[in-house]
Design a protein around this ligand. Structure first.
Ligand code: NDP
Length: 403
């Protein structure tokens, strides 16, 4: 019997909790806490309607370590699944250490005043978790998360070494809004306005944001423009696959999205430094988030598919020379919505969060210290992707991307 506490009642938290409730043999007792308890209650109601499972809900400000520690102690879960925002990661890790509970998240810690996308703050918790005999699993979403597991699965079953890696993230969904982001707008806009970085010959090479554009024909979606950008799994992949010559991350954006973003940037609305307004300090990007549609509200209208995968080239394990493989998942927005009440971007993150939690609770993945998902056996995770809503395919390509 495994008790779990999920913190964060956004789209990702909602999917994870629904999927946990659909697996009562692993998640026998589910608790959900977030800043706004009414959002937890709405998720609990939907879970009850869809699965018949009761979940307990709580209000918590996870920036408050003492209050979070107290909540964890009063519930007594085996694992805390952090699906709040990256700003809360260290506070929730501290609370887990104080309460003696394992930890999982889907996004690296971010300081509020600077977009960094670095693991160093969380890697610094290695000794503390080890000494406490606890496990912290970082980055168990889709990207980071599944994209890293895909690479490690190819390394285990197909390629002796990975020389070239391209991660391709396509959202072919249309939500019908002039401008909206599919996950937390603040984090999403910080990510896409940051300079691009890719890994090449042992170091990160920086290029201007949205400066490198290519077209790719995505199965289930069609041809789309994709842009090279930095994404946090490049850091952990470069660390755990040190033989890689080059690793890049690509994401698709429509022209209308980029036009809106350019205007917002030009007028200063994406700034993350405080400005004074009517005697009050405000962060423009946080204000922008308040006026944009809630990602969780886009589910009902979003149509189309996501297609996210890895193209990896390297020496084949069977000695047949250099080979290229493409592993990917295609997820349908409307099917995701029908199952959990959330669109596919939340679905493709919430399902791997549930699977990572299942790995830890069933003991398939265990350890003491702070772990990135690349350090754990990809096989049981890949198996669960297939049986829990994110089936994947692998195919051999003629060669690496031509660009
Ligand atoms: P949302 O903004 O929809 O949800 C975040 C939730 O966290 C909200 O319910 C919010 O509460 C709550 N929250 C914020 N601050 C606090 C706090 N101090 N204490 C308690 N709760 C708090 O985001 P998403 O669901 O889209 O994303 C959740 C996480 O998943 C993010 O960290 C995001 O970066 C990550 N992510 C990872 C992906 C991956 O593939 N690895 C992809 C997409 C997202 P309130 O409602 O009151 O604001």
């Amino acid at each position: 019997m495994s008790k779990v506490l999920v913190i964060g009642a956004g789209g990702v938290g909602s999917v994870a909790v629904h999927k946990m409730a659909m697996n009562p043999d692993i998640f026998s007792d589910i608790h959900l806490a977030s800043r706004t308890v009414s959002k937890c209650d709405a998720i609990a109601e939907s879970v009850k309607q869809r699965t018949g499972v009761d979940i307990q809900t709580y209000a918590i400000d996870a920036d408050d370590v003492a209050a979070t520690t107290k909540l964890i102690q009063s519930i007594g879960p085996k694992l805390v699944v952090n699906l709040a925002l990256p700003y809360q990661d260290l506070a929730i890790m501290d609370a887990c250490l104080a309460a003696g509970t394992h930890y999982l998240d889907t996004a690296n810690y971010e300081p509020r005043d600077e977009a960094k996308f670095e693991y160093k703050w969380q890697w610094a918790y290695q000794d503390k978790f080890k000494q406490a005999g606890l496990m912290a699993l970082l980055g168990s979403g889709f990207d980071p998360g599944v994209t890293s597991v895909f690479a490690m699965w190819l390394k285990k079953h197909k390629l002796k070494t990975i020389r070239l890696l391209d991660i391709l993230d396509c959202n072919g969904g249309d939500h019908g809004q002039p401008f909206a982001t599919n996950f937390n707008p603040e984090i999403n806009i910080r990510e896409v306005t940051a300079p691009a970085r890719h890994w090449e010959n042992g170091e990160f090479v920086e290029t201007p944001a949205m400066g490198v554009k290519q077209q790719f024909d995505f199965e289930g979606v069609g041809p789309k423009n994709m842009y090279m950008m930095y994404h946090e799994e490049l850091e952990s992949l470069a660390k755990f696959l040190p033989d890689m010559e080059r690793a890049r991350f690509w994401m698709t954006f429509g022209d209308a999205y980029l036009q809106h973003l350019t205007v917002l940037q030009n007028v200063g609305m994406t700034r993350i430094d405080p400005v004074m307004y009517n005697g009050v300090e405000i962060i423009p990007l946080q204000f922008l988030k308040a006026v944009l549609p809630e990602p969780a509200s886009l589910g009902a209208t979003t149509k189309g598919k996501t297609n996210i995968g890895d193209i990896a080239t390297g020496e084949a394990l069977d000695g047949s020379g250099e080979k290229t493989f493409y592993v990917k998942n295609i997820c349908d927005h409307e099917e995701a919505y029908a199952e959990t009440g959330n669109q596919a971007v939340s679905y493709t993150t919430g399902v791997p969060a549930m699977i990572g939690a299942a790995m830890m609770l069933t003991g398939k993945w265990r350890g003491e210290g702070v772990f990135n998902i690349e350090q754990l056996d990809p096989d049981p995770f890949m198996e669960m992707l297939n049986s829990h809503g994110l089936p994947w395919t692998v195919e051999e390509l003629d060669g690496p991307l031509s660009f």
